[in-house]
Design a protein around this ligand. Sequence first.
Ligand SMILES: Cc1ncc(COP(=O)(O)O)c(C=O)c1O
Length: 378
Amino acid sequence: MDKNSIVELGPPRLGQAEKDALNAVIDSGWITMGDRVRQFETAFGQLHQTDQERAVAVSSATAALHLSLVALGVGAGDEVLVPSMTFVATVNTVMHAGADPVFVDVESAVRPHMSLADAEAKVTDRTRAVVIMHYGGYMMDVAEWRRFADKHDLFLIEDAAHVAGVPAAGHGSDAAAFSFFGNKNMTTAEGGMVLLRDAGVAERVRKMRTHGMTSVTLDRVRGRAVSYDVVECGFNYRIDELRAALGLVQLEELPGWNDKRVAIIGEYRTALGASVDTMVVPFDGDHISSGHIMPTVLPVDTDRLAVMEHLKSEGIQSSIHYPPVHTFSYFLERFGEISLPNTEEFGARQLTLPLHPGLDSYDVTRVVTAVKDALGKS
Ligand SMILES: Cc1ncc(COP(=O)(O)O)c(C=O)c1O
């Protein structure tokens, strides 16, 4: 292996098995939603210890979040508690449902989980739901948030985009939305899955992903239905057989890949602790996690761009998770200045290092050495 090659942030892992699976779909002559989608739902449900009726595969996690909110009846006049330390889809989908997002701060400037205390302070008589996000793959305490939701009679939704393959995800909430985007722990290029607590809501989501129709094209082709009724104002949020076939292959590997990611994070923690102890790695090494990304928090007043430039010059990719949503132009224009001090400080100091199952100890050492050199210069 070329030890001076680029250390990528988190490339997709795709090989012959994925090519064979795609070829099999093409050879089958049926490419839109069909039997493989159902198999994918069953397999994903099994991994998350949920039956297939409650697992609905969709075109993205964004679709999964939007469908969940709409199917639960969250809409105009409702407020939804959301993190700002997240990807923007968590918040956009609340607005697409017609509800108003209410931003909640994180626990501290080095611990980016949504703060229960700040959420308590922001509940009003219009609050209808709370969306929690398992930042970086580190599981939030769902049971604690369930108690909070029940106390205030709210729906609890998990933005589970980062935690595919963590069996605890999707239990205790009303809906959990997973992402299979190209940078996630498993990928179908674009794609998502939603796990629903209530079988009736799941049935509604299933219809709403395909325009609210009572049968799908394959039912009619196979002679299982002659026509259809439309019983909801739905969407086209379907996934297809090609993506489901990729998903079935990737799902087989997912538990092993997640374990590998967690092990590499352990190596990073040890190496950073030994040589760059001014840098914080959020959460503990034994926190339940999918190992989705490798977030760090730089020392106060570090020139982050200079660190990223140095890493780039050493062939090491890095990223920021995330610029806080409430600071984007659109949100500033729409909601004005909002103060979330911990989110803002975390967002300003955060730096994500490369993480994927293909990294080895040499790569980790190379990244940590480059970070140490960059901080020395900074
Ligand atoms: C936290 C979070 N929520 C939602 C999404 C949206 O996922 P998708 O691209 O599958 O719509 C992402 C994807 O990056 C994410 O990281």
